[in-house]
Design a protein around this ligand. Structure first.
Ligand code: ADP
Length: 204
């Protein structure tokens, strides 16, 4: 199985690249941000709680997002692998993800991280806010808070994957296609035994 954690700050381009990678490598895309937005749109109790937290730029509770990921992994026993987008975002989530995968006797293959400066992230989020309608992209204060939360709670998990030699930073500046090519190169140089059967059928 090829299991990729696609990592990066808010607005780094994870969602866009995750869709392209999903298609290229035949993986299942799991985005906790998308899952939470669906809950909000459905008007569920859970969505109401999540909506408030997200619009302030804070993180949803670990237990809630871990449960969502557990459920989605369980729904796809046929998956050749997963792209985790926006998850894990805390140390507790990273540990929980390893446990969930261990139950399936698989592992995270790599964390591929999009490197984008804070200035660029801020510019992109403000620009996205003009069209996305996302409450958390509208205010500069909320955007600053999201970046702060990213530094404090999310960035430290790089060390967790680095210690396992699974951390692969990639320059996140450039066109969508340029960045996609960089990500593809990294994924193709990962330990081939982990996924050679699934990759050899693709024309890269
Ligand atoms: P971004 O563009 O900020 O990367 P996402 O769509 O991944 O956006 O997530 C939007 C918001 O949803 C986050 O700012 C956070 O409030 C919440 N969220 C998403 N994933 C998680 C997670 N794994 N843990 C906690 N909160 C999350």
């Amino acid at each position: 199985m090829l299991n990729i954690v696609l990592f990066g700050g808010p607005g780094a381009g994870k969602g866009t690249q995750a869709l392209l990678l999903t298609e290229k490598f035949g993986l299942m895309h799991l985005s906790t941000g998308d899952m939470l937005r669906k809950e909000i749109a459905s008007g569920s109790e859970l969505g109401k709680i999540a909506g408030e937290i997200i619009s302030n730029g804070e993180l949803a509770p670990d237990e809630l997002v871990i449960d969502m990921i557990r459920e989605h992994i369980g729904q796809h026993p046929e998956a050749k692998g997963f792209i985790f987008d926006g998850f894990p975002r805390t140390q507790a989530q990273a540990l929980a993800l390893d446990k969930l995968l261990e139950e399936k006797d698989v592992q995270i293959t790599a964390m591929v991280a999009l490197d984008v400066s804070v200035d660029e992230l801020t510019t992109r989020l403000l620009k996205r806010g003009e069209v996305s309608g996302r409450a958390d992209d509208q205010s500069i204060d909320v955007i600053h808070n999201r970046i702060e939360v990213y530094h404090q709670k999310t960035e430290p998990i790089i060390d967790y994957y680095r210690a396992q030699e699974k951390y692969h930073p990639v320059d996140g500046l450039g066109s969508i296609e340029e960045i996609f090519n960089r990500l593809k190169q990294v994924i193709l140089t990962l330990k081939p035994h982990a996924f050679q059967h699934s990759v050899q059928n693709y024309i890269i």
